[in-house]
Design a protein around this ligand. Structure first.
Ligand SMILES: [Zn+2]
Length: 446
């Protein structure tokens, strides 16, 4: 390796399965081992979510990255393992570590028997180019491209099975954290992973109300605890927020099964960084887009309880969907009328081509007229008769004809307002920025 280095980045991805494990747990395993070797964390561990719209992703499509070295300068608590505090240092000096001692340790936790799990580990003395992160969070990245890039950067990589995880592992190292939030994750002891766990609902609600900078803790509409994973993973719960010290206090407000470790991750969750403004004709599969257009077909419920409507911009038309899991969000969508101007945020489904909405901004409500009566005859003043749907009116006595628009209309009073609407917490994606934190700034750890 060339040049002068202050530390080593280690990225890991695609080690978990839909049924269990969690790549973030490997940070705990790594940190514990590195501590014994006298190696410190430089900066907080990172949890980097990548394109949520890739069909072959693992559960949350989240990669992790840590920077390690000999720490100096300011230090902050970023975790605890069996009562012992774990610190991250602001600065790091170079340190010699033999990764051959560490890789086998991690391998024990890979869910290799799952066909969709293809772990990858990357170590690099320098940060990888930023474009790789943007491509991985917004698009699809080819593994051969990543391998070339790693070779050019004198980085090392370890592939398991098809090794696709090196893509996310590299992207995590490439993330610059220009926008960020935090997540504090608590971990169960290894002998408790398969057991039933318990989280007190009221304590979660209490924590949600007493903290200012946390988000997506509880779904009040659907009576759903959003801090705990669905499957039996090492994670007991995770609290997301903008303020690391508040997160440490927040975890103590949650009453639950005992856990023996926790870590704070710096993350790109809640940043909307997967979304790109596009024109309808340029929309491609696997993308996540922001489209601005007018409603041309009002929402209809289809089988399965999904709600579909159509928008149009200067380049084309596209279907947008609020799927059944978005619950009451569908009621908002169903109040949209032809002519309403909206901005739709969501992911592109290929077949049938549809935008799966995460949030919507109603920019301008159209003036919707509803007919209240047939027109009066301009000559005799009697109500005219309809000739047929869309064909206009005629006075039976005088024979005078008037067009359809001559009828008496009133302006419909709309049941929704202009502004932002989002899917409920229960249907929220990790990368989606909740409206609660829109315009708020995260606190810096250093
Ligand atoms: Zn008449």
């Amino acid at each position: 390796m060339r040049g002068k280095f202050k530390s080593v980045y280690i990225g890991i991805d695609d080690t978990d399965s839909r049924r269990g494990m969690c790549t973030t747990y490997l940070v705990k395993v790594l940190v514990e081992k590195l501590k014994d070797l006298g190696v410190d964390l430089i900066g907080p561990p990172r949890l980097v979510r990548l394109n949520p719209n890739i069909p072959w992703k693992t559960r949350g499509n989240g990669a992790v990255c840590i920077r390690v070295g000999k720490g100096y300068g300011e230090k902050k608590v970023v975790g605890e393992i069996e009562g012992e505090k774990i610190y991250a240092f602001r600065y790091g000096k170079d340190v010699n570590i033999d990764l051959n001692d560490i890789i086998p340790l991690l391998k024990n936790y890979f869910v290799l028997e799952d066909s969709t799990t293809n772990p990858g580990i990357v170590t690099s003395k320098r940060k990888l180019p930023e474009w790789l992160y943007w491509k991985a969070v917004r698009d699809v990245v080819d593994i051969a491209l990543v391998e070339r890039l790693l070779e050019e950067n004198d980085a090392k990589f370890f592939k398991f099975k098809n090794g696709r995880g090196i893509i996310g592992a590299s992207a995590a190292i490439a993330w610059r954290a220009k926008k960020f939030t935090y997540e504090l994750l608590t971990y169960l002891p290894e002998n408790k992973w398969e057991e039933e766990r318990y989280i007190d609902k009221n304590s979660v609600i209490d924590m949600d109300k007493k903290t200012k900078y946390t988000f997506d803790n509880y779904d009040y509409e659907n009576n759903y605890i959003a801090i705990s994973p669905h499957s039996k993973t090492p994670v007991l719960f995770g609290i997301r927020g903008l303020h690391p010290e508040e997160l440490i206090r927040a975890k103590d407000m949650v009453k639950s099964t005992p856990y023996n470790a926790w870590f704070i991750f710096l993350t790109n969750q809640g940043t909307d960084e997967h979304l790109v403004k596009r024109k309808i004709k340029n929309v491609k599969p696997y993308q996540n887009v922001i489209l601005r257009g007018k409603i041309v077909e009002e929402a209809r419920r289809i089988e399965g309880g999904h709600t579909i409507f159509k928008i149009e911009d200067s380049t084309g038309k596209i279907d947008c969907a609020a799927y059944e899991p978005t619950k009451n969000f569908r009621n908002i969508i169903e109040k949209l009328r032809v002519g309403d101007e909206v901005e739709v945020y969501g992911s592109v489904r290929d077949e049938p081509r549809t935008i799966n909405i995460e949030k919507i901004r109603i920019r301008r409500l159209a003036e919707v007229k509803v007919k209240v009566a047939n027109p009066r005859c301009p000559k005799c003043g009697r109500r005219m008769e309809s000739i047929g749907k869309g064909k206009g009116y005629r006075c039976r006595r005088c024979g005078i004809k008037l067009p359809e628009e001559a009828a008496e209309f009133k302006i419909l009073e709309r049941e929704i307002k202009e502004g932002w609407y989002e899917v409920p917490v229960i249907a929220r994606r990790h990368l989606s920025m909740p409206l609660k934190i829109k315009g708020m700034k995260s606190f810096k750890m250093f």
